[in-house]
Ligand binder design. Sequence first.
Ligand code: SF4
Length: 447
Amino acid sequence: MAVASLGIANSNGDIQPGFHSVSETQPLIETTDHGAPHAAVCPYCALLCDDLVIAPKRDLSFTITRNGCRRAGQDYARAPLANTPRIAGREATLEQAIRAAAKLFKRARQPLFGGLATDVDGMRAVIDLAERCGAVLDHAHGEPLAAMARVLQTRGWFATTLSEVRNRADLVLMVGVDLADRYENLARRCLRPAQALDDATLAARRVIYLGSTPPGALVADCESMKCANEALVDVLHALLAALKQQAPAATRVGGLPAARITALADSLRASRYSAIAFAPGRLSAPRDPALALLCEIVDELNRATRAALLPLGGDDGGQTAVSTCAWLTGYPLRIRHGQQIDYQPHSNATAKLLADGSADALLWIDAYGRLGELPAAARLEHSVVLSASDNARAATAAVFIPIGTPGLDHAARLVRTDAVVSLSLPAQRDSGLPAVAPVLRAIEAAL
Ligand code: SF4
């Protein structure tokens, strides 16, 4: 692709040469010009709800007319960014911005590619560019993602899927999940769906909440065991002891009566198929003790009945980034490209590389516009930002390139939180904003 021809993007997010309008080059899916509601897959958390109905507005934002949630309502209500790249805060053409980014990466000794909130094609381009530049890869949610990878690598686990929970679980224990913050539609689609394969299981299903933010009215008939999330490790210890028929070590744990924890153990043992849903990002750091206990509880239950974990994470393209990186390199992020791939889950962390100054160039990708400002330790003069949001600090980076959101401004493929399904999301509007992949491929071509 000739950099000089860079202009606007079509509905696949590809940069189109010349001056054709997007509608001349490729039609978008139905009715975006007419305001009629139509189906959509939501990209704003890793549940990827595929039953939304959205209606376009004049400013290219959307109203959700069916099956949304509060988070999606806010995000779909955002109009796309003005399509103006910047170099050190000054307006520039896309071609100039791409050349400036290539120059910055060319002279860097140790580039860091962070954020990584993008889609499958975007991650493919990230990995190709990282190979050329010798870059380190880490996601904005790298800490919980790395903790989950450690569990998988060191001990393995019993994990289940959203469909299994919806159709098979007769008891769902939610540990520390805050449905008001994210995964709100888990309640409607999995915990209390209108229908499931087995109506008897659905009718008998118990949902029990353990943690600091019970879902309240979001989940009908939810039994709440409220305790501080910081106390979850102690409560999970006590639960594991109760499952092993050991006498409680204290009368109260994390503010909960020991008898209540013993009753929970009895309920789990008595269920035919229990699922334990948790959000790794909501567990207090260090996460490893809580994750180990959750795995041990499920191991213990599987001696006599059936149980599995449902990890809820991988938002902002996190699961997509991990899965794509694993397909292409064999490693789950936090890798450094060089003569060979160097996987270091601790020393290749964004916060560490920025704090100790070993990263001298940063590529920060936020295609969902949800990551907020750049990491505090990022040096603006060394940063190239590809973002769907123009936060004040990011907009004054060495290079700022506005990009589209996967599944809104361009067609995309994303991996769902349970990592067993990837969904295809069509474009929903004609913003002219490019996708991550063609921008990175143009930077690579200009190196
Ligand atoms: S639960 Fe997540 S995927 Fe579903 S509508 Fe809400 S933000 Fe979108």
